[in-house]
Ligand binder design. Structure first.
Ligand SMILES: Nc1ncnc2c1ncn2[C@@H]1O[C@H](COP(=O)(O)OP(=O)(O)O)[C@@H](O)[C@H]1O
Ligand SMILES: [Mg+2]
Length: 264
């Protein structure tokens, strides 16, 4: 059920041909195996979010190809890709409908694929949502009629993860989805992330600023710099890597450590 993703020679230039031209993706290639859970590091402006935007189809890259699950989606429209790709952002307000209840939000995610009307939450669906919420262990199963907008940031990100999973995506993209949460909520959401990804074996890319989390979550870690892939570790090499090794690696190859969070 898990999907592969091939990113082949992706290049994206902003303000092309002007003095402000910025190469955000520079001949970037990555082979993602089905079920890979890859953490992505890189200083501010390294091109991480641009990579996600390229995969989501928020723009077409200047060069390169994107193959998801064997299908070339390079020129596929963003709304079509959205049926197969779920994305969570730093801001918990993004991606959920605040004025709809938790149950309605889940129903929206659940039925999007089948293109049924989301208003038709039947008893069976309701039981599925209840069970899924109970597994989060946040007490949300007793608050299914609560408006999404009333939840805390952490609860909302957890519910968003559940929505993402209900949509059964081929690919899950997480763009610093815990960065805006307090440390304890962030850890909870990370744990839920790990559980959901493992349970459904979803191919996942997770951007993080936290070196420790980058090494302890998922099975593979990559680092980007100036739109390029500069590190790709997994297996034993990754197990032996420490956060300070990562910082050393980054400095040694002349990376600009302008972003202090990379060191924290
Ligand atoms: N819409 C845009 N227009 C112009 N420049 C952009 C745009 N989006 C990103 N950039 C530039 O591309 C580079 C990579 O940005 P981004 O992918 O957001 O980095 P990261 O997510 O790694 O911090 C940065 O120099 C940024 O200023
Ligand atoms: Mg970013």
């Amino acid at each position: 059920m898990s999907s592969s993703l091939s990113l082949i020679n992706l290049t994206k230039k902003f303000e092309k041909g002007t003095i402000n031209e910025k190469v955000a993706l520079d001949n970037f290639s990555l082979e993602v195996a089905p079920g890979d859970f890859i953490t992505i590091l890189g200083s501010n402006g390294a091109g991480k979010s641009t990579l996600f935007n390229a995969i989501l189809g928020n723009f077409i890259t200047d060069e390169g190809n994107i193959i998801l699950d064997g299908q070339d989606i390079t020129f596929e429209k963003d709304y079509k890709r959205a049926l197969n790709i779920s994305c969570l952002y730093q801001n918990p307000l993004r991606g959920t409908a605040p004025n709809m209840t938790i149950e309605e939000n889940l129903a929206l995610a659940y039925t999007r694929k089948a293109s049924k009307s989301f208003f038709a939450v039947n008893k069976k669906d309701s039981a599925v949502f209840r069970e899924a919420l109970a597994q989060l262990d946040l007490g949300l199963e007793d608050r299914m009629k609560t408006k999404m907008g009333l939840l805390s940031g952490g609860q909302r990100q957890a519910a968003s993860l559940l929505m993402a999973a209900l949509a059964q995506p081929k690919l899950l993209l997480l763009d610093e989805h815990t960065a805006a949460l307090d440390p304890s909520a962030a850890q909870k959401v990370l744990k839920i992330t790990r559980d959901i990804v493992a349970r459904d074996n979803i191919t996942t890319l997770m951007i993080t600023h936290d070196m420790k989390n980058a090494l302890s979550y998922g099975n593979r870690t990559i680092m980007m710099d100036s739109g390029r892939l500069v590190l790709d570790i997994s297996g034993e090499e990754r197990e032996n890597m420490t956060p300070s090794d990562l910082v050393k690696f980054f400095t040694e190859r002349g990376g600009s450590l302008s972003d202090r969070t990379l060191l924290s």
